[in-house]
Design a binder for this molecule. Structure first.
Ligand code: SDX
Length: 428
């Protein structure tokens, strides 16, 4: 090949012996290209190391696109700010699963299909009694979803594409019911069943707040706020919990076993558990005057303290979801009132982070969890249920990613290697 002619590849040179290796570059529709290193070990005898997969693409996907530098997020080509302004959560659920936005008729049919799948086998309620009082709802939800696999295990291989959409609709429909049912059980309140006359998001608030034979007060702004929170959590490319769902899916496990594993991954405070940690941190800081002390802790390398709700592996700009949530938060302040002291602490934190060199130089911005907790608290959702709301929102995204995995020509089991640093052989 002449010097001036370049193929769509990179050449790696091993400076220890001058050997060179070529690897193809693959271009996507948008965003960074990838270097296909599938044959790297076969060609070089070496592995690559990428802690936390900061520079590694684990799959090809057409579901969600994120531009971390610009702070952009799209689902199947639709910008999240436009979707949040013009569509409802179920529109986005339908888009993620069916690859297009629904017509009015398709939306209504989809809503009906979810409503008729929103009840659960009553035997699952017995699970709740196996948990100690005050068990974290994420532990219960993870167990409930794993249990669902035992109720829907017609074909253990789950290679029948006709089953995929049914599995997805059933999961999306039952998640709010399981969440609300456990909340009621944990409070000793009577279980409130789904009301098929209500919308998807409204039904969850109804199941959480209603009591038999009594009127329940559900303001439209509250339903809209929760609907937006669910939409903004619907999918987010290959984050830790989605990668977990795909990893477990690569072994051909039951889809609900994959989702249960995803719930476990999301629970951590570095991921979906951050929304709960944000509120607890704001309450711990207590007043705007105390913020400086905690900013110093966050900047102190010897202190493990981190500001929950700030920073993101991908966004090195303002998380576009955080922008939408901030607007919603301010709207709620006027219409239903939010704990203004927490807002004052949050505003002071944000003001410092957006201007202090430590955070600016590390591209640390508010992320989706920074404002979602304030909104959920204003809606009367208990703090320990915040990650459960994240799971409810993310369930269609997880299922869409699982279906995309299953629809590939061939599924390679996820099995990374390692750099071994242990002892050499001791015994012969
Ligand atoms: C979600 O991936 C997704 O898409 C996730 C998510 C989704 O929708 O699925 O968007 C949802 O999980 C949002 C993130 C919620 N987590 C939090 O808010 C927890 C607080 N944030 C951090 O723990 C952290 O920012 C992460 C985990 C989110 C990202 O960590 P990275 O990408 O591994 O970054 P890093 O740990 O290498 O930090 C880079 C630097 C470090 O300083 P230096 O070593 O360079 O000196 O930034 C610092 C970190 O110490 N840093 C922070 C910080 N986050 C990073 N310092 C103070 N407070 C923080 N929050």
């Amino acid at each position: 090949m002449s010097e001036t002619q370049f193929s769509n590849s990179v050449t790696l040179r091993d400076n220890r012996n001058g050997a060179t290796y070529d690897f193809p570059i693959l271009d996507g529709t948008m965003g960074p290209s990838v270097i296909d290193i599938s044959n790297f070990y076969k060609d070089t005898g070496m592995f690559t190391l990428d802690r936390g997969y900061t520079s590694t693409a684990m799959c090809k996907s057409s579901i969600t696109y994120i531009d971390g530098e610009k702070g952009e997020l799209m689902h199947r080509g639709y910008d999240i700010a436009w979707l949040a302004k013009n569509k409802r959560y179920l529109d986005v659920v339908y888009l993620l699963l069916n690859k297009k936005l629904p017509s009015k008729e398709e939306y209504n049919a989809f809503l009906y299909e979810l409503k008729t799948r929103s009840f659960i086998n009553e035997k699952i309620l017995k699970l709740f009694d196996a948990f100690p009082d005050r068990a974290h709802p994420m532990a219960v939800l993870q167990a409930c979803i794993a249990t669902l696999s035992a109720y829907y295990s017609k074909d253990m291989s789950f290679d029948d594409p006709g089953e995929y959409m049914e599995m997805a609709k059933r999961l999306v429909a039952k998640m709010p019911t399981l969440a609300a049912f456990y909340y009621r059980h944990s409070k000793g309140y009577p279980i409130i069943y789904p009301d098929l006359a209500r919308g998807f998001t409204e039904n969850f608030l109804y199941m959480m707040r209603s009591f038999p034979h009594s009127h329940v007060d559900l303001k439209p702004i509250e339903v809209k706020a929760l609907d937006s929170v669910l939409m903004l959590h619907a999918d987010h490319e290959q984050n830790a919990s989605t990668t977990t769902v795909r990893t477990v899916g690569s072994t051909h496990a039951h889809p609900y076993a994959c989702i249960s594993a995803g719930i476990g991954a999301l629970w951590g405070h570095a991921h979906g558990g951050a929304n709960e940690s944000v509120i607890r941190q704001l309450e711990m800081i207590g007043t705007p005057e105390n913020v400086d002390k905690y900013i110093a802790k966050a900047k102190d390398k010897s202190d493990p303290f981190r500001l929950m709700g700030f920073g993101h592996r991908v966004y090195k700009n303002y998380d576009p979801r955080a922008k939408v949530l901030k607007g919603l938060r301010n709207q709620l302040i006027e219409e239903i009132g939010i704990d203004t002291n927490l807002i004052r602490v949050a505003n002071r934190l944000e003001e410092i982070v957006l201007n202090d060199e430590y955070f600016v130089s590390r591209n640390l911005y508010p992320n989706v969890d920074f404002n979602s907790g304030l909104i959920l608290k204003a809606l009367g959702i208990p703090t320990e249920m915040f990650a459960v709301i994240f799971v409810m929102g993310r369930s269609p995204g997880w299922m869409a990613q699982w279906i995309e995995l299953k629809e590939q020509e061939s599924i390679k089991i996820v099995r990374p290697r390692q750099l071994y640093i242990g002892p050499e052989r001791i015994n012969e």
